[in-house]
Design a protein around this ligand. Structure first.
Ligand code: DX5
Ligand code: ZN
Length: 218
């Protein structure tokens, strides 16, 4: 049985106490950091200077999710800051293969993200360039939204393609993941789960991570 990864999103954490909030999730596999520019998504969160500092103090590796336009221009700096995994949106990149190679060359894992309405098929030929494929299970921009079941067939198709490719690519889902929904994404083939409100909305975030991990392990 493969144990799944739980990456809490600090979007739902207390932004005035991020160091303490990171300590509360030290049993997580990584911390998911949502970068938003108010253009690619209608919300603004944090950017490179904050991410670079979090990277220095975090007890777990950083999993940056860049919801920003002009990914080709901005994403490499996150790899340069030492972020372990950098995920950019397919819809925001002009040259995703070139960008994935650039991220890997700078020592980061390369991740490609898809909005709920974006097809995965045009990107299957580049699985060998990726360490992570992120299928958004809500429209990106805000925490606390409801899981979109219509993304399940896409998760299944991505799982089949990854298994058939022979490449090691993590299949991440992000948005609306709770103890009630995680099994659906796990059953469809996801193995890395981002959870914001389900972790930081819980009285004991570390215990919530353990419960999610148990529920998401196939
Ligand atoms: C949404 C972000 C998510 C968000 C998830 O655009 O990408 O990472 O924090 O929050 P929940 O788990 O509350 O849906
Ligand atoms: Zn995210």
């Amino acid at each position: 049985m493969a144990q799944c990864c739980i990456n809490p999103s600090i979007l739902s954490a207390d932004f005035a106490n991020l160091e303490a909030e990171l300590r509360r999730i030290s049993n997580a596999d990584a911390v998911h950091v949502d970068v938003m520019d108010n253009h690619f998504v209608p919300n603004l969160s944090l950017g490179l200077p904050v991410v670079a500092r979090l990277q220095e103090i975090s007890p777990v590796p950083l999993d940056a999710h860049l919801m920003i336009e002009h990914a080709d221009r901005w994403a490499p700096a996150y790899a340069d800051a030492g972020v372990a995994s950098v995920t950019f949106h397919a819809e925001a990149s002009i040259a995703p293969i070139k960008l994935a190679r650039e991220l890997r060359a700078r020592g980061a894992k390369a991740g490609l993200a898809l909005r709920p309405g974006s097809a995965v098929e045009p990107f299957l030929d580049m699985l060998g360039e990726l360490d992570l494929l992120l299928i958004m299970t809500v429209e990106p921009g805000f925490g606390g939204q409801e899981f979109l079941d219509l993304t399940l067939p896409k998760i299944r198709r991505a799982r089949a393609a990854i298994d058939g490719s022979g490449f090691e690519v993590a299949l991440q889902v992000d948005g609306g993941i709770t103890e009630d929904t995680i099994w659906r994404a796990a059953e469809a083939g996801a193995d890395v789960f981002v959870a914001g409100s389900a972790v930081y909305g819980a009285a004991d975030p570390a215990a919530a991570i353990d419960r999610l991990r148990a529920a998401g392990t196939r």
